[in-house]
Design a protein around this ligand. Structure first.
Ligand SMILES: Cc1ncc(COP(=O)(O)O)c(C=O)c1O
Length: 488
């Protein structure tokens, strides 16, 4: 039975109305939620009712009852964690993606979403100066983008050592060492854990959290010595035949670099670090969850110099680009490696031999919403200049905040503000924690507490395209007020 749009109309109209109300409230509402998850479980939960409810009533009920538990993350006064707002074109495109309901796996089955994601992928590579022939995959976030990029890395470096991880697994595989900076994001460790690669070798970072290339060089030398030691002392391990019968040797290392430290916003020195890593034959992966976008801004070019020399890159579109949750992007230069790591060949998926890669071949999922479409819409609506202006604005708002906050008595700015992050403290840890709690309780703005380099800190991330002078003023006023209250 074909129903037409009639059964959907009232519910969709209601949802559009509630969505507009929610967005309109962002300028003035309290940023933090007023209800706890526990309180709302009591509202939404209980035994599943026997009888249903008309769709429009479900939507009205949902919007009304959820409202007290929503955080105003799309607000220009939200500076918590690293969370972007939403661009109008991206949000509306995301609604269409749901309405179209395409399982975006195959070019032949869903040509429109496949073509839109392919275009978004090409624009992304072009915008950030990454290799134009790299494979791109749209995933849920930077965690999965790191996982996908490092899966490709694992496949390739083991292949170079004569081992096929797809058939041979990891038991008995050649030794494989991953090298990371001291201040990498935890999602790198998580990805390595998912991949069975265990704990990485950690290279010391400087005060801003940047990896030191000289220390990287030493770590790579030590890892090479370890590997040759394994070859000598562990012949069983080094000489296990690969699944195709050839002898295996130790695998080249994998080095993970970072574009954008969550606390300082700092970038690893890519040119030097990648030169060092490549001299050791390493695969270089870059976690640029929010920092990769700096490459779109000519004035920030120094931060990302050499970035394009890496092998794989992970980022979020739901952070700096401001598409709605969720969307991460992985790009991999070695297309064979990504497709070998991610692809499967189910009997029910019939592909033309030699056809371009299908969307499911570059991501961990098979069935998947077309989450690259809001990226296409965001890039189409902004254009190259618009993306640059958006990212430039985030960085200059962060500098503006740091400058005004540093003028307050008792505020210590802890990082060099080079990008979108500002970390500060108010003397001792107890005072910093008390001021942070007070700011959140007041609810005019939202900022996160964190711990960095042995200190409790307050951290601001400017990640929303709507943050303007008034929001910066509100943020400074909120800090001033909380500090005064704590000091009594
Ligand atoms: C540098 C970095 N990498 C990875 C992540 C994880 O991103 P996601 O939560 O989108 O998976 C974050 C999140 O803030 C991050 O800042």
């Amino acid at each position: 039975m074909s129903t037409g749009d009639e059964p959907f109309r009232d519910a969709l109209d209601a949802a559009a109305g509630h969505a507009r109300e929610w967005l309109a409230s962002q300028q003035t509402r309290r940023v933090g939620p007023r209800a706890t998850a526990g309180e709302l479980e009591a509202v939404f939960g209980g035994p599943l009712p026997r009888a249903g409810m008309p769709a429009e009533e479900v939507i009205d009920y949902l919007a009304a009852e959820a409202e007290p538990g929503l955080m105003a993350m799309p607000s220009g006064r939200f500076f918590g964690w690293v969370i972007g707002g939403t661009l109008p074109a991206a949000l509306a495109a995301d609604w269409l993606v749901s309405a179209w309901d395409q399982s975006s796996m195959l070019r032949a089955a869903t040509p429109a979403t496949a073509a839109l994601e392919a275009a978004a992928g090409h624009w992304f590579l072009e915008l950030l100066g990454l290799p134009e022939t790299a494979d791109v995959g749209f995933v849920t976030g930077a965690t999965m983008a790191n996982f996908a990029g490092l899966s490709a890395a694992r496949w390739r470096v083991l292949k170079k050592a004569g081992w096929d991880v797809n058939t041979g697994g990891l038991a008995g595989a050649p030794a494989l060492r991953c090298i990371v900076g001291q201040e990498r994001h935890d999602s790198i460790d998580l990805a390595l854990r998912y991949l069975g690669l265990g704990s990485p070798i950690v290279v010391p970072s400087d005060r801003q959290g940047r990896m030191d290339p000289a220390e990287l060089d030493c770590a790579l030398d030590r890892a090479a010595l370890d590997r040759s030691g394994l070859d000598r002392t562990g012949p069983d391990r080094a000489l296990v035949p690969a699944s195709d019968g050839t002898a295996v040797s130790a695998a080249p290392p994998i080095v993970c670099l970072q574009a954008g430290n969550v606390h300082s916003g700092a970038f690893d020195p890519f040119l030097q670090a990648i030169t060092v890593a490549k001299a050791h034959g390493a695969w270089v992966h870059v976690d640029g969850a929010f920092g990769l976008w700096a490459a779109a801004v000519p004035e920030l070019a120094a931060l990302t110099a050499g970035l394009h020399l890496a092998d794989s890159w992970a980022t979020d579109a739901h952070k700096t680009l401001n598409v709605p949750y969720d969307c991460g992007i992985v790009a991999v230069r070695d297309t064979e490696a990504l497709e070998a790591a991610m692809s499967v060949d189910p009997s029910y998926i019939i592909r033309d031999a030699g056809a371009a890669a299908d969307p499911f071949q570059t991501v961990p999922e098979l069935s998947r919403r077309a989450r690259g479409v809001p990226v296409w819409a965001a890039l189409k609506s902004l254009g190259r200049d618009g993306v640059a202006a958006q990212v430039r604005n985030l960085a200059s708002r962060a500098s503006q905040l740091a400058e005004q906050l540093s003028a307050l008595d008792g505020v210590e700015i802890l990082n060099d503000v080079v990008y979108t992050q500002v970390s500060l403290a108010f003397g001792d840890d107890a005072t910093t924690r008390a001021v942070t709690a007070r700011i959140i309780e007041d609810g005019l703005v939202w900022m996160s507490g964190s711990r960095w380099q042995g200190r409790d800190i307050l951290r601001l991330s400017v990640s929303n395209w709507t943050t303007d002078d008034a929001d910066v003023e509100a943020a400074v006023a909120a800090v001033r007020k909380a500090l005064a209250a704590v000091r009594g």
